[in-house]
Structure formats: C-alpha cells, structure tokens
Design a protein around this ligand. Structure first.
Ligand code: CU
Length: 117
C-alpha cells in the first residue's frame, strides 16, 4: 500500500494552521488583565492605571463615596453608573499603546488615565 503524501507545502500549511489554533486562546476573555481603581472624595485612586497592549482589559471601579458617579471614557467607549458604595466592572477590548482618559461624568474634573504599553 502506498501512503498518501500531503507534500512539503501541505505540511507547511498544516503547521501554520496549528500555530494559529494555538494563538487563538490568547485573545480570550479569561486572559484579560484586571486593573482596579477607587473613587473617594471625587478623586480616582490611583488616577493612573497600567495595562499591556493587545490584551482584553477589565477595569474594576469601586465608588467609596456615598454619591453615585458615572465612569465614562470617550476613548475607551464606555459609560456606566456606579452607585454610592458600589463596584462596577468594565470590559475593554484589546488596545493599542497610548494614554486613554476617563472621568466621572457627574464630576468631569474627576479624571484619570489608563496607560497602555
Ligand atoms: Cu455620561
């Protein structure tokens, strides 16, 4: 019996396809990087968060003030109310390196940055 041969080119294509399969899980949500900030006295603490480029990011925002706030960012395309004493989690798509501004839409002077490298 003669063994079927897929040839050299076939092997290369198979290897590339297998490599792609291995790469896919790295973009999955469970590989997300979580960063956390708190709001107190109408300030973000910390006001600068750091995350790696190219990975999904989860931003956890704890509002330690009794008043509600609204975490908002035009650059990150998110907007979500966080009640007084409440916590929210925002899912952010993988980002390019940069400085992404966010703020409390109820107190726009309350701002911070997500620094992606
Ligand atoms: Cu808003």
């Amino acid at each position: 019996m003669k063994q079927a041969s897929i040839g050299k080119r076939g092997l290369v294509i198979a290897a590339l396809a297998f490599g792609l399969l291995l790469m896919v899980p790295s973009a999955r949500a469970e590989d997300a990087v979580t960063v956390t900030t708190s709001m107190k006295g109408h300030r973000f603490q910390p006001a600068e968060l750091h995350a790696p480029a190219g990975k999904p990011i989860m931003i956890v925002v704890k509002n330690l003030d009794p008043a509600p706030a609204e975490f908002e960012s035009n650059m990150l395309r998110v907007e979500k109310v966080v009640t007084g004493g409440g916590t929210i989690t925002l899912r952010i798509r993988p980002l390019e390196p940069g400085r992404y501004r966010f703020f409390d839409d109820f107190h726009p002077e309350t701002e911070g940055y997500l620094v992606v490298r």
